[in-house]
Structures are given as structure tokens and as C-alpha cells.
Ligand binder design. Structure first.
Ligand SMILES: Cc1cc2nc3c(=O)[nH]c(=O)nc-3n(C[C@H](O)[C@H](O)[C@H](O)COP(=O)(O)OP(=O)(O)OC[C@H]3O[C@@H](n4cnc5c(N)ncnc54)[C@H](O)[C@@H]3O)c2cc1C
Length: 422
């Protein structure tokens, strides 16, 4: 008789998607293992904003106290065109409308919290997945690592980011030609998180800043103690790009592009004032999907960026990853609780997952792309500058509520966690 799987849920990738799923598995009593390529869980990126649609599930998992402690709720966004103030948008209604505000925090605080709560013994580091087999006759999906080790799971979840090997192998197995499904967007992100801006006061807490310069934009998000997490976006001069994250990005590189520009929260009202006191900075060339893979095939499911990377303009990449794993976990819980051990039932569960998630993921990728065009003033027929003025100067609060409702009004939960807490 073929040996049973090592675990019920085998997860490729220990990013926000993979570790959130691992935490759910732990809480609902499924056995799990995370295979992570890197040798350590080191800080990646700078900051992150968590929106109400993801916070509902993180709250269920017990992370809300930490997010409230380490994250700053958003109160307002001040919008500038070069040095001219366009508006101060109010977002204090978020919590009343959706149960949560939007919280910005150091990205590694969230990642570290997820990692520690996962149970570090369940995360295999230095474990680069290079292939998998999902033979219908086998009781498990088998995964091979670059160093020759093998692991197996009753279900395999690809949470391995935008350059997902799981997605590429799935496409191969489906006979799809488009193995390379990402392309360079032509934009470069430069980002960082500052230490507290001590010249600011309590009235500045929770105030984000968006500045539309003539040739680029910079948004900065308020973290606790008046720290600012900033993201500059500029068209890239490079023509051929093969990797996303720059090796060795420095403050000087960021200052070369943005340092001289206006930032209302800088001590001398320049971006340099914020960058110079950055705790860490990174830069990356931004890629996007050219084709949507199916979010499941056989006994393999995709979650997060491996399934649907989107522009960072609406701050939803990780939030959608969290939605994905919540909905996937609902299906997996139903399947494993049923104890049918019938792989066909599992495949059907994953088809349901795919059908429920794909429309939302596609809509959000489209939404984020349109919002990026409004934000950068680049809509077809030269409508960008007008649309941007209308949106950021004249749109009343109800308009923002209407625009954000599709994002924040949908808040998936893990039903099994509800049952546990009732
Ligand atoms: C500048 C910027 C700002 C952003 N801001 C926000 C925001 O405010 N809010 C928000 O919700 N989203 C934001 N995002 C998007 C968000 O960061 C991503 O969508 C999210 O991190 C995706 O998580 P993930 O777990 O799917 O993928 P990743 O974080 O990419 O994790 C994938 C993991 O898989 C591992 N891996 C890869 N290949 C293998 C392999 N073969 N074997 C084993 N392991 C492997 C990787 O090492 C990595 O740890 C932003 C993105 C950028 C670039």
C-alpha cells in the first residue's frame, strides 16, 4: 500500500500567504508544513497597510492586538500636486463602516508574528521546491526540493509569490504554452520605512501623504510614533529587466531620484528628510501578470501573488492573499472533517475554491490597474489628469466610500474558527 502523506496541507512558500494559511491549519487542527526557499526569515520590503477585508481574518487568528500595538490606523490622506495642496481626504469613517481602520506597520513585524505563531518547527527553511507530482493513483502530492529531499501532502498549496514555480509547473501540466506569465510594467518602486519624525506632533499621527510630481509619485503611510513608510513610483529607464528586487538599494539611490522633492512631513519639507532617517530601504522593478492561471488544478491550489499579483496602488496584494487562504481553508476544513479520503472530493473542493476566488481576484487586478492609471494621471484619451483632479480634489467622502466598498465590504472568515470560539 502506498505510504500516507507527511501532512494534510503542504505549503510552498513562507510569505504572508503561506504563513497565514499555516496559522489557520494550526488553529483548525489540520497537519501542515511550510517549505521556504530562503535560509532564514529575514525582513523583506518596508511597510504594509492592512485593510478591513484582511483584518477580519487576522483578528479571528488572534493577531489584532499586535496589529493595534504595532500598526497605525489611517485617519486622513493629504494630497499634493507638486507643492500645491489639493485636499485632505477623511478616512476616519473606515472603522465605523467596516469594523476596522486601515493599519500601516513594518512589514516584517507582521511576517515575524505569523512565522512565530506558525510554530517554527513546521517551517522548513532552505527548502527550494523544484518540482511536484500529482499522480491520480497516489494518495498524496509529492514535492521535490533542489537538494533532493522529498515531502508529500494530501493537498499542495503554492504560496510562492509572483515567480511561483508551482504556477509554472501547473501551467506545464495543463499543457499551457504561456509558461512565463509575468512581464515588466516599466515602473520602479523605491520604498523604505523611517524612524520617528520627531518634529511632528500628535495631530500628524495617522495622516498619509500622496504627492503627484510631474514625472513620478510618492505616497507615504503613517506608522506608529510618526514613522513614515514611503513608496516612490517612477517610470524606469531600463528596457530589459529580469529580476524584481534590486540588490543593495541605498538611501543615496533613493535620494538621487526623490531627495530634492517636496514632502510636507520632512523637517525641511523634502523627501530627503524622511529617507535620511530610514530604518531600511528597498527598490524593485515591478512585474505584473500577463495571464491568469487557474487557481487550482488536481490537488494543487494557488494563493496570493502566485495566483494573482496586482499593482501596489490599492494596497491589496497581501490582503487578497489573506482572503484566498481564508476561503481555501473553509473548503479544506469541510473536506478533512468529512473523512472521505476521496481525492475526487478534494479536487471538487479545490474547483469550488477556484470558482469562488477567481472572479474576485480578476476584478481586483483590474480595479488596481485602473486605480494606478488614475493615480499616475495616465488614462486613455488623455483623461488621466482630469480624472485625477476630480478624484482627489472634488470627490466627496461618500464617493470614496462607494469606491472602497468592493474592497473592504467583503470580509471572508474561517467558519471553523467561528465554531471554535462560540
Ligand atoms: C512596494 C509594495 C508595496 C505593497 N504594499 C502592500 C500593502 O500595503 N498592502 C498589501 O496588502 N499588499 C501590498 N503589497 C503586495 C504584497 O506585498 C504582496 O502581494 C504579498 O506580500 C504577497 O504575499 P505572498 O505570500 O503571496 O508572496 P511572497 O511574499 O512573495 O512570498 C512568497 C514566498 O515563497 C518563497 N518561495 C518562492 N519560490 C519558492 C520555491 N521554489 N520554493 C520554496 N519557497 C519559495 C519566497 O522566498 C517567499 O518567502 C505591496 C507590494 C509592493 C511591491
Amino acid at each position: 500500500m502506498a505510504p500516507k502523506a507527511d501532512v494534510q496541507v503542504l505549503i510552498v512558500g513562507g510569505g504572508i500567504a503561506g504563513l497565514t494559511l499555516a496559522n489557520i491549519c494550526k488553529r483548525i487542527g489540520l497537519t501542515y508544513k511550510v517549505l521556504e526557499r530562503t535560509a532564514e526569515v529575514a525582513p523583506v520590503g518596508a511597510g504594509i497597510s492592512l485593510a478591513p477585508n484582511a483584518l477580519r481574518l487576522l483578528d479571528q487568528l488572534g493577531f489584532m492586538d499586535q496589529i493595534r500595538k504595532e500598526g497605525q490606523p489611517l485617519r486622513k490622506i493629504q494630497v499634493f500636486r507638486n507643492t500645491t495642496k489639493w485636499s485632505m481626504l477623511d478616512f476616519e469613517w473606515l472603522e465605523g463602516a467596516y469594523g476596522y481602520s486601515m493599519y500601516s506597520m513594518p512589514r516584517h513585524s507582521l511576517h515575524r508574528a505569523l512565522y512565530q505563531a506558525t510554530g517554527t518547527e513546521h517551517v522548513i527553511l532552505d527548502a527550494e521546491v523544484v518540482s511536484f507530482e500529482d499522480e491520480p493513483s497516489s494518495p498524496s502530492v509529492k514535492v521535490q526540493l533542489a537538494d533532493g529531499r522529498e515531502f508529500s501532502g494530501e493537498v499542495l498549496v503554492g504560496a510562492d509569490g509572483i515567480r511561483s514555480i508551482t504556477r509554472r509547473l501547473l501551467a506545464d501540466k495543463q499543457g499551457l504554452a504561456g509558461v512565463n506569465t509575468i512581464r515588466f510594467t516599466g515602473r520602479t518602486h523605491m520604498t523604505g520605512i523611517s524612524y520617528p519624525l520627531t518634529h511632528l506632533g500628535p495631530e500628524d499621527l495617522g495622516v498619509a501623504t500622496w504627492v503627484f510630481y510631474d514625472d513620478c509619485i510618492l505616497t507615504s503611510w503613517p506608522c506608529t510614533e510618526n514613522r513614515q513608510w514611503f513608496v516612490g513610483v517612477k517610470p524606469s529607464e531600463a528596457k530589459t529587466i529580469t529580476r524584481s528586487t534590486w540588490k543593495g538599494a541605498t538611501k543615496e539611490m533613493i535620494n538621487d531620484v526623490y531627495g530634492h522633492r517636496f514632502h510636507p512631513m520632512g523637517k525641511n519639507q523634502t523627501v530627503r528628510d524622511v529617507v535620511d532617517i530610514a530604518e531600511r530601504v528597498t527598490a524593485s522593478d515591478v512585474f505584473e501578470e500577463t495571464a491568469f492561471p487557474d487557481m487550482s488544478f488536481g490537488r494543487v491550489a494557488l494563493v496570493g501573488d502566485s495566483a494573482h499579483s496586482m499593482t501596489s496602488f490599492i494596497g491589496q496584494g497581501a490582503c487578497q492573499a489573506i482572503e484566498d487562504v481564508g476561503e481555501l481553508a473553509n473548503g479544506l476544513h469541510t473536506y478533512f472533517a468529512g473523512q472521505t479520503n476521496d481525492p475526487q472530493v478534494l479536487r471538487d473542493v479545490l474547483v469550488d475554491y477556484r470558482k469562488s476566488r477567481e472572479p474576485r481576484a480578476r476584478n481586483l487586478v483590474y480595479y488596481s490597474s485602473i486605480f494606478a492609471q488614475v493615480h499616475t494621471g495616465r488614462l486613455p484619451y488623455g483623461l488621466g489628469p482630469l480624472a485625477r483632479r476630480l478624484a482627489f480634489i472634488y470627490a466627496p467622502t461618500w464617493c470614496w466610500r462607494w469606491a472602497t466598498d468592493p474592497l473592504y465590504g467583503y470580509q471572508p472568515r474561517v467558519h471553523a474558527l467561528d465554531m471554535l470560539s462560540s
